[in-house]
Design a protein around this ligand. Structure first.
Ligand code: ADP
Ligand code: GLC
Length: 490
């Protein structure tokens, strides 16, 4: 039996991306389709989405209850295709809510838009409408909602099912990051057109406020998160973001399914943007990438300087404040560092200060630049991901594919994907990177020293690189697990 599933998300590579969620929304649907599912995607009609879809045509007028003062507002449900792979994508056209340039969540001052509750409620509401045949030609049996932006989809569906006395679809909710909860003042609930009793501890209420994330966790039939370790971590008081009790209560419905890599996008043997292409058996191309990267950033052209790379959102989560403290260790040992990222101004300023003090060794570029991200992953010897917490993390998986050994904190998906270059792991041919246990300066510094020590033993370094490149983190196994989950529901 072919299963029809609708993925509901706020971003999707290559249309619009601020982080790994977009990579997953772009790669998981085609992987499911390859395994026989009938999958479509629903996105808000942000400018980049409307501009990037082909053959857009209206399929339904939506008179939705999310306008002002209880009156009905109008939006259009449109259907188009992704030029890259022909995937069918529904888009909600509501220019008053979505036609804004730049970041999909924040205004030009980096402040969340004042109407975000309404903007993302419409996303969830429309998903529930699709399950009720808003498009007469196609209705999903599974609604697969991603992160808080889509968290109200299962709530609207449950409300509609209760009113109709029947089931329209089953729901899966994936937590990509428990730190972003979509919390709004309680009075916003009055504008959502949900049944009044949904605003309770057994519902969308969270310590007196409205939580979109909790709605997803409470009303969905199944919950997943993006790595097995993170699935355990979020059930603890320390890492449950106030939702650990709910997650523990739902432990039998919760599983961790590791994200995959789209090897058509992240593959050094076919990556057109690189200075040279390479494989695990033809590594000289990687050296050319390193030389090009050093030139691009004005670093000393030393082929034997151990080059660390960072491609990251600069937020508390990513732990780059700890790395900043370890920079003297890297520089004094003759290493180099390249950083690409945007976010926290204080962190940006701190990194730029070190770059000004050591222009031969440290370079920082602010911004979001996909081709440059590939160039850094390819040209670095080590990719550092010292996150405080990391639901899955894709950067370390890309690093493995490019033979750049990841240096990571042992949390979440980082713990599930990188094997430390300890003596015993090296002896057993298992090491693929550098892993530190405690989020403390001395633990990070020790991992950095392990990287320098291994780099001095070139044969073993090359063996670890080749092992890293041979790891298979493709979507195959994980897409199959999602499919099994869907089958268990319909
Ligand atoms: P998160 O989703 O928490 O940001 P992930 O590691 O899952 O972390 O995914 C990050 C994704 O965003 C990767 O594809 C990475 O290459 C990309 N990325 C992060 N920062 C930048 C940037 N400044 N420029 C280009 N790509 C970036
Ligand atoms: C989130 C997480 C990251 C994960 C990504 C995709 O942004 O921070 O760890 O890889 O989502 O699931």
């Amino acid at each position: 039996m072919t299963i029809r599933a609708l993925h509901v998300a706020s971003e999707l590579y290559p249309l619009l991306k601020t982080g790994g969620l977009a990579d997953v929304a772009g790669a998981l649907p085609p992987a499911l389709i390859e395994r026989g599912a009938d999958v479509r995607v629903l996105l808000p009609g942000f400018p980049a989405v409307a501009a990037g879809l082909a053959d857009l045509r209206p399929v339904a007028q939506l008179a939705h209850p999310l306008g002002h003062r209880g009156s009905l507002s109008h939006a259009t449900l449109e259907l188009g295709t992704l030029p890259a792979n022909g995937i069918s994508v529904y888009m909600i056209r509501d220019d008053a809510l979505y036609d804004r340039p730049g970041n999909p969540y924040l205004d030009a001052e980096h402040v969340p838009y004042g109407d975000n509750a309404q903007r993302f409620a419409l996303l969830g509401w429309t998903a529930a409408q699709l399950a009720q045949r808003a498009d007469p030609a196609w209705a999903p049996q599974i609604i697969h909602a991603h992160d808080w932006h889509a968290g109200l989809a299962p709530a609207y569906l449950k409300a509609a099912e209760r009113a109709a006395g029947r089931t329209f679809a089953r729901t899966v909710f994936t937590v990509h990051n428990l730190a972003y909860q979509g919390i709004f003042p309680a009075q916003e609930f009055g504008h959502l057109a949900l049944p009044g009793d949904f605003f309770s501890m057994h519902g969308v209420e969270f310590y007196g406020q409205l939580s979109f994330l909790k709605a997803g966790l409470y009303y969905s039939d199944r919950l997943t998160t993006v790595s097995p370790t993170y699935a355990r971590e979020i059930q603890t008081l320390a890492q449950g973001g106030g939702l650990d009790a709910l997650l523990r209560a739902r432990t039998h419905d919760l599983s961790g399914i590791l994200n995959g890599v789209d090897y058509t996008v992240w593959n050094p043997s076919i990556d057109d943007g690189l200075a040279a292409r390479y494989t695990s058996t033809r590594l000289p191309g990687k050296r050319a990438c390193k030389t090009a990267l050093q030139a691009r950033f004005g670093l000393a052209q030393k082929s034997d300087a151990l080059l660390f790379g960072v491609v990251s959102r600069l937020t508390e989560q990513k732990g780059l404040d700890l790395l900043l403290g370890a920079l003297p260790e890297i520089v004094s040992r003759g290493g180099q560092l390249v950083v690409l990222g945007t976010g926290d101004p204080a962190l940006e300023a701190g990194l730029l200060r070190v770059a000004h003090a050591h222009p031969d060794a440290v370079a920082v570029e602010r911004g979001f630049d996909e081709p440059l991200a590939h160039a850094i992953v390819a040209g670095s010897d080590v990719i550092a991901v010292p996150s405080r917490f990391e639901p899955c993390g894709l950067t370390q998986l890309y690093a493995l594919a490019y033979g750049s050994l990841p240096l990571v904190h042992r949390v979440g998906g980082l713990a599930d994907t990188v094997v430390d270059a300890s003596l015993e792991n090296l002896a057993d041919d298992l090491a693929t990177g550098f892993v530190f246990e405690r989020f403390e300066p001395d633990a990070l510094a020790a991992a950095i020293r392990r990287a320098f020590a291994l780099y001095a033993r070139r044969g073993e370094w090359k063996a670890a690189q080749q092992r890293a490149m041979r790891q298979d983190f493709g979507w195959g196994a994980s897409a199959q697990r999602y499919l099994d989950l869907y089958r268990s529901l319909v």
